[in-house]
Structures are given as C-alpha cells and as structure tokens.
Design a protein around this ligand. Structure first.
Ligand SMILES: Nc1nc2c(ncn2[C@@H]2O[C@H](COP(=O)(O)OP(=O)(O)OP(=O)(O)O)[C@@H](O)[C@H]2O)c(=O)[nH]1
Ligand SMILES: [Zn+2]
Length: 190
C-alpha cells in the first residue's frame, strides 16, 4: 500500500490557505501545512492497514455464546466534507469452532476502518464483514452511533443529532430475540 505523500498535502494546504485569503507565510500559520500533513497521515493511517489482519489472533476457546464489546470510542472523517464524525461502536459476535479473538482486536478493527475517508454505513459493514470473513462465527452485529460535524457546524446545522447504523450477519439476521438482547445490553447503563 502507498505511503502517504506528506509533501503533496503540504502543497495542497498552502493553496487552501491562499484561496481563503490568508497568507501561508504569516508567522502563526507558517508551519500549518506541515502540521496538517502529519495530522492527515495519522487520521488516515487506516488507508495503509488491513482491518482483517487484527483478527487472525484466535484462542481455541469453546465459547459459542455472545461476546459483546460495547462503547468503543472512535473518530473518523466523512468522505464528503473531510470533517470529523465521532462516537462509539458496539461489536458483537457469536464464535464458532473455538475461533475466539482477543477483545482488543475488535476495537483495533474499528480503529483501522475508521481511519479512512468514510461513511458511517461503510464503517459498520466493514467491521462486521471482517469478523464474518476471518472468524467465521455463527453471527455478528455491529452498531455505530455518531455525531457528524458536517451536520453540526455547517450545512443543516443540527448539533447533537446522532446517527445510528447497524449491520447484522449470519444467525443474528433471523434471530430477532438475539438482536434485541444485544441492543438491550448495549443500552443498559451497567
Ligand atoms: N449516508 C451518509 N451520509 C453522510 C455521511 N456523512 C455525511 N453524509 C451526508 O452526505 C451528504 C452530502 O450531500 P451533498 O448534497 O452532496 O453535499 P452538501 O451540499 O454539502 O450537503 P449538506 O450537508 O446537506 O449541506 C449530506 O447529506 C451529509 O449529511 C455518512 O456517513 N453517511
Ligand atoms: Zn460530511
């Protein structure tokens, strides 16, 4: 996968600063293009990672019941406006054949997918599909709740509005009760 081109980002940011009528050589913002390039390399680091790679670490644990890691905080960048959206992801799966992964690996999968120009729907689907692909569980469900800065600070200006997306695969698709249990656990305060 390609390395991020810091120099190109710096040139682009200098052009943006000029275009909005600021002076890129002014003392306060002289180093801003460099800072933004470094920041983009960090917030888009998922471009150079494979989300599935985290999940290959499995333990031969005979647990064919629900595993839920909830309230995983994440930040991402909306691909339409390059503004942040952020919130929490909840990741649930029902392991099969001893394919139980490390809990942190579920959070790492969210992290990798979020650190790309994104849509909330695509984050949700990519995480659940990575789990289905690598762990081959009975079923999996991902719920993402986020606030989009492009809806808060500009445009429609609705700060505080939350978008909730879900993606369900495998046995949970037909299992309404199972899905409701997961949702109840996600939203319980304990
Ligand atoms: N489905 C989806 N839409 C998103 C996401 N992030 C931002 N958007 C939306 O992308 C849309 C882009 O709409 P456009 O009409 O092309 O752009 P715009 O003129 O800037 O739209 P406004 O935000 O309505 O001002 C907006 O409705 C945003 O709310 C996301 O994660 N998922
Ligand atoms: Zn947006």
């Amino acid at each position: 996968m390609n390395e991020v081109n810091l120099e190109k980002i710096e040139q682009a940011v200098r052009l943006i600063l000029e275009a909005i009528g600021d002076d890129p050589n002014r003392e306060g913002i002289y180093e801003t293009p460099k800072r933004v390039a470094k920041m983009y390399a960090e917030v888009f680091s998922g471009m150079r990672q494979d989300e599935k790679a985290h999940l290959h670490k499995v333990f031969g644990e005979d647990h064919e019941e629900l595993v839920l890691v909830k309230d995983i905080p994440f930040h991402s960048m909306c691909e339409h406006h390059l503004l942040p959206f952020y919130g929490v992801a909840h990741v649930a799966y029902i392991p099969r054949n001893g394919r139980v992964t490390g809990l942190s690996k579920l959070a790492r999968t969210v992290e990798t997918v979020a650190k790309r120009p994104q849509l909330q729907e695509r984050i949700t689907a990519s995480v659940v599909d990575a789990i289905m692909d690598v762990l081959q569980p009975h079923g999996a469900m991902v719920v993402v709740e986020a606030e989009h800065m492009c809806m808060s600070m500009r445009g429609v200006r609705k700060p505080g509005s939350k978008t909730v997306t879900t993606a369900v695969r495998g046995s949970l698709k037909e299992d309404v009760q199972g899905r409701n249990e997961i949702l109840a656990m996600i939203h319980s305060s304990k």
